[in-house]
Design a protein around this ligand. Sequence first.
Ligand SMILES: Nc1ncnc2c1ncn2[C@@H]1O[C@H](COP(=O)(O)OP(=O)(O)OP(=O)(O)O)[C@@H](O)[C@H]1O
Ligand SMILES: [Mg+2]
Length: 264
Amino acid sequence: MMEGEGILHETDSSLGGKGLRYAAILREVSKSFKNMKALRNLTLKVPQGKVFGLIGPNGAGKTTTLRILATLVRHDSGYVEVLGMELPKMRVEVRKRIAYLPEDAGLYGRLTGWENLLYYAMIYAGKRRAEEVAMKGAEISGLSEEDLNRKAHEYSKGMSRRVAIARALMLEADLTILDEPTSGLDVVSSYSIRETIKDYVKRTGKAVIFTSHNLLEVEEVCDEVALIHQGRILDSGSASSLKSNYRARNLEEVFIKALGLAEA
Ligand SMILES: Nc1ncnc2c1ncn2[C@@H]1O[C@H](COP(=O)(O)OP(=O)(O)OP(=O)(O)O)[C@@H](O)[C@H]1O
Ligand SMILES: [Mg+2]
C-alpha cells in the first residue's frame, strides 16, 4: 500500500505540473439525464494558468460541464481529462487537485465565517496546514475580522458568497471551478470578486473556469471564453478575437450573432 501511494505521488507531480498546456480537456462529450440531452458532443479546452469563462443561456449545459470536471457527474461518452488525468478513471486523484464552488454553495450557518474557512481547510488541506490556509481564505474573502467572527446565518448574500469563493480559492488548487460566483451580487461586490479572481490567477499561475450570466463581467475577467448553447460549444476564443470575428461591439452581441448563425 505504501509503495502504491509513493508511485501515485510521483505521477501526481509530473502530471498537472507547469508543463501541462491544458488544465482540462473535453472531447466530443455527451451527457443525458433520462431522455434530456444536456451535452451533445461538447469539445472544450481549458488553458492552464488562465481565467476561462463559460457563457450561455439557462439550461445550456454549463453546470453539467462543470460538474463533470468536478467529478460529480459521469459523462456518457467522449473523453474528459483534468490536469492530465482521465475521468472518471482518475477521479480520486483529480478530486485532490481541484476546488469547486457549486451554483448553490452555502455556508454552515451556525459556524462563523472564520470557522467555515477553517473547517474546509481541515478537510481539504489537512489539520497541519488548516490554519495557514484558512488565513489565506480570510484575506481573499475581504471580510473584516469582526465580520468573520459573526455567525454565517447573519451574513448578507454577498458576504456568504465572498466566504464561499474564498473557501474555494484558498486551497490554491491546480484547477478551480466556480459556478456563477457573482450571481446575485451588487456591482461593487462582483467587481471585487472579479479582481480577486484575476489577482489569484496572476499570483498563483493556476487555472480558473467559471460561469456567469454577466457578459460584461466575463469580457472583463476572462482570458478565454466559450459560448455554449443546447449542450454544444458555438465558438470560443479571447473576447477580443470573438468580437472582431463577429464584428461585434461586445460579447453580448457576439453571443446573439453566434446564436443566429447556429439556428440559421
Ligand atoms: N440532475 C439532473 N437531472 C435531470 N436533468 C438535469 C440534471 N442536471 C441538469 N439537467 C438538465 O440538463 C440541462 C442542462 O442543465 P445545466 O444545469 O447544465 O444548465 P446551465 O447552463 O447550468 O443553466 P443555468 O444557467 O440555468 O444554470 C437542463 O435541461 C437541465 O434540466
Ligand atoms: Mg447552471
